[in-house]
Write a protein of this length. Structure first.
Length: 156
């Protein structure tokens, strides 16, 4: 495997007459990171596969890609979500103090951001007014099992 080296040069040059001294040179190996192209999918536990698949289709335009016995993969273009059937799953009582994914987000441009809000209103999906996060405008919605989903448009 190809190795990269970070060269930490602790160099102090001392001039003493015509003498020049290099005090220290150290090399620290750093592992190369893997080549990743994009996130492939997120997996979420749901209480009803059909209800979730229908909601993601109606609200966000996802379609069923593949069905296993207790897991369905839905997609929209290159974006995928794994729906894992857990009919007896309970929501976390205190999400802020739990190790959990708090939300997932979809990025769009300014035009798509407005279209998303118009569609959500038409479908009766509740969302608060757009939030300015300092780097983007975002709206937040919840799926049938209470997962928070962000639709965001970054500043140009």
């Amino acid at each position: 495997m190809k190795r990269l080296f970070r060269i930490a040069v602790l160099a102090a040059l001392l001039c003493s007459g015509s003498s020049l001294f290099l005090l220290a040179v150290a090399a620290e190996p750093v592992a190369e990171t893997p080549s990743l192209h994009r996130m492939d999918h997120v997996g979420i536990n749901v209480t009803d596969l059909q209800i979730s698949a229908d909601w993601y289709q109606k609200v966000l335009g996802f379609t069923i890609f593949h069905k296993w016995q207790t897991t369905w993969m839905i997609r929209r273009g290159d974006m995928h979500i794994g729906l894992f059937l857990r009919p007896n799953a309970k929501k976390l009582d205190d999400l802020d103090n739990s190790l959990a994914i708090t939300h997932f987000a979809y990025s769009t441009d300014d035009k798509g951001f407005q279209e998303a809000q118009d569609r959500l209103k038409k479908l009766g999906v509740h969302f608060d007014p757009p939030e300015d996060t300092g780097v983007a405008h975002s709206v937040f919605i919840y799926d049938p099992d209470g997962y928070q989903i962000e639709i965001t448009s970054y500043y140009k």
